[in-house]
Design a protein around this ligand. Structure first.
Ligand SMILES: CC(=O)N[C@H]1[C@@H](OP(=O)(O)OP(=O)(O)OC[C@H]2O[C@@H](n3ccc(=O)[nH]c3=O)[C@H](O)[C@@H]2O)O[C@H](CO)[C@@H](O)[C@@H]1O
Ligand SMILES: C=C(OP(=O)(O)O)C(=O)O
Length: 430
């Protein structure tokens, strides 16, 4: 089994290039099959979830050609099946986007209930409510969601909770419905806007993405496009907090600074300097870190996908910090692992009360999910001595070449799978 081995204590210094946003890419790939013409997608991150989705698209008859590591063409004209149920697809969350895309185009879809990180109960009731409002019948049988409609008709849909997945999914299904759809209480995340821009570049008529009311005029057909995915806000934020926790100086390149405002604001509150450029941010952490409070919220609030990374950093900051997780009820599972490294954190319900410690000490820890895994790597980079992080397949779901990018910043980290590799690493780092 592969794991990361890390010798901590080096400040991260240098430049890192951020890839395309995983959570935009997954929706955009699914949406790409909605036209029979060939779509080119650039700035695609080479991460496991993306590759699983591409495989699922191929399995139902979509033609996928890799132009380069970060670029594919997709042609959905030969799709022969609307049933998506392979073992891999059940493990990722974004499989649900095939439901919206297939339902929108073929008025029928059968997709396995989605998986994704085990961070809470994660219902899909709002997705289904939206599809029903557009005229689909929904059945859940043998682990499959079956959606079917003679035709789809636009409607007025109010989402009971702000949900990224349901907003995007309903938007996709509504794009080729007849008439107008209004989604109220819509999510405003940058990837919602990116998917709307992508669909519009294929001929859709979507207005208001990025606000809480999205208006869609149905069109009959979508056409080819060539589109580059936005940079990954969460990958960028992860490197920004890695710089802060290791007392480093990192230029995070190929980002949209506006998308990072909530992250930047918290870093400044805890004493880091953050310099913004057109498409880069530089984080310098030269003084002792200060405590703060943070609550995860839908965009433009502080993202839940950054909660473990800020918690790991606050546990190294002076004083008492409070982190409230308001999106997913089970996203503090990594705290027990972090405690083995010396963190003082008490979790009560959806709140973590953190008493800052001066340093972590290396230990063997296990990633319980994607972002928590990345956060444990940050802890290892800041710790005294050696840390191993197990179950790194979670991290590989969403970070491309994580260890290479960290090594380029001076981190002593390697992916290892045998005792011999571990001994070799220990000899190398002394
Ligand atoms: C593949 C992908 O893009 N995943 C992201 C997506 O997940 P995901 O799309 O699952 O998250 P949502 O935004 O839908 O979830 C937000 C909240 O709404 C609730 N809810 C959601 C749908 C529904 O039908 N009913 C319902 O009650 C959820 O339980 C949660 O409490 O957005 C999350 C919130 O930014 C991120 O953490 C995930 O990284
Ligand atoms: C929770 C995440 O992903 P998913 O929704 O795919 O589980 C994430 O990207 O942090």
């Amino acid at each position: 089994m592969e794991q990361y081995i890390i010798k901590g204590g080096n400040p991260l210094v240098g430049e890192v290039e951020i890839g395309g946003a995983k959570n935009a890419a997954l929706a955009i790939l699914a949406a790409a099959i909605m036209t029979d013409e060939t779509v080119e997608i650039d700035n695609l991150p080479d991460v496991k979830d993306v590759n699983v989705l591409l495989k699922a698209i191929q399995e139902i008859g979509g033609k996928v050609d890799r132009v380069s590591r970060h670029s594919v063409t997709i042609n959905g004209s030969m799709i022969g099946s609307v049933v998506v149920e392979n073992d891999y697809i059940k493990k990722i969350r974004a499989s649900y986007y095939l439901l919206g895309a297939l339902l929108g185009k073929y008025k029928r879809a059968e997709v396995a209930l989605p998986g994704g990180c085990n961070i809470g109960s994660r219902p899909v009731d709002q997705h289904l409510k939206g599809f029903r409002a557009l005229g689909a019948r929904i059945d859940i049988k043998h682990g499959m969601i079956i959606a079917e409609a003679g035709s789809l008709t636009g409607n007025h849909i109010y989402l009971d909770v702000v949900t990224v997945g349901a907003t995007i999914n309903i938007m996709m299904a509504a794009v080729m419905a007849s008439g107008n759809t209004v989604i109220e209480n819509a999510a405003k995340e940058p990837h919602v806007v990116d998917v709307a821009n992508f669909l519009n570049s294929m001929g859709a008529n979507i207005k208001g993405a990025g606000t809480d009311v999205i208006r869609i005029k149905g069109v009959e057909k979508l056409h080819k496009t060539s589109y580059a995915i936005i940079p990954d806000q969460i990958e960028a934020g992860t490197f920004m907090f890695a710089a802060a926790a290791t007392k480093g100086d990192v230029m995070v390149k190929n980002v949209i600074p506006k998308h990072l405002e909530a992250i930047t604001a918290k870093l400044m509150e805890i004493g880091c300097e953050v310099e913004e450029f057109d498409d880069a941010v530089r984080v310098v952490s030269s003084k002792g870190l200060k405590h703060t409070h943070v609550k995860t919220l839908p965009y433009p609030g502080f993202p839940t996908d950054m909660q473990p990374q800020i918690t790991v950093t606050l546990a190294l900051s002076e004083g008492t910090s409070i982190v409230t997780e308001s999106i997913f009820e089970n996203r503090f599972k990594y705290v027990d692992e972090l405690s083995r490294m010396g963190a003082n954190i008490k979790v009560e319900g959806n709140t973590a009360i953190i008493d800052g410690t001066e340093r972590y000490t290396g230990a063997g820890v296990t990633a319980p999910d994607l972002r928590a895994g990345a956060a444990l790597v940050i802890a290892g980079l800041a710790a005294e001595g050696i840390t191993t992080v197990d179950d790194i397949f979670y991290i590989e779901r969403g970070y491309e070449a994580f260890e290479d990018k960290l090594q380029n910043l001076g981190a002593m980290i390697e992916k290892v799978s045998t005792e011999k590799d571990i001994q070799k690493f220990k000899l190398k780092v002394g």
